[in-house]
Write a protein that binds this ligand. Sequence first.
Ligand SMILES: [Zn+2]
Ligand SMILES: [Zn+2]
Length: 216
Amino acid sequence: MFLKEAFSLFKLENTHVSVGFSKFAAATPQNVLLLKNSPVDQCKCSTHENHMLKLKALKITYGNNFWIDYLCDSNNLVGACWMGHCAICKDGKLFEKARENSEKATPVTWKMWEKDGNTGRIVQNVKEGCVGELENEVVSGWEVVLEHVRIKRIQSDLFQKMKVAKDQSILQIDSAMAYSCEYQNEVQSALWSRQSVNLFTAAFLVEVITTHHMFL
Ligand SMILES: [Zn+2]
Ligand SMILES: [Zn+2]
């Protein structure tokens, strides 16, 4: 959601509050990340995060140019390159080529989100190896990441188009997990009996900005 959209929603729901756009924007809660502060191409999933963590250990920043650098044609989401059928760039061939002269034997550590075999919980583990091994890790997961990003981009393009289409509406459902409820002026011992809440929010967007309806 854009700030202007949030602002118009706020005004609709709080007609008695007089606040300008800049004041409203400045009051953004700390837990709300603005679009400009979050990478465009990630969805906080382990596929994306693990890919970025591996690249980070190789001192490569995963940004908007990543796929421009390692696919011959990064524009056509249904073209051979994105579909993994292109003989020149499939399976991370251009990435391997770009890494030809790296110091393969240099020791390196990288972080990785994994499911713990005993508890079933997602944990972040630290891996050790050498640069060559880590490059192989990136290459072996290449096609999975590529397809994941391709689908994410198709969905996000469609979402942006539908947002401004006059004859379509969008129902966006999300969840925000494990909010901890605390009392105001809580006694210290209450810390261990805090309850947590999962929020399932939904926004229904009809036409443009002015007719949004939001409900929990
Ligand atoms: Zn993702
Ligand atoms: Zn290609």
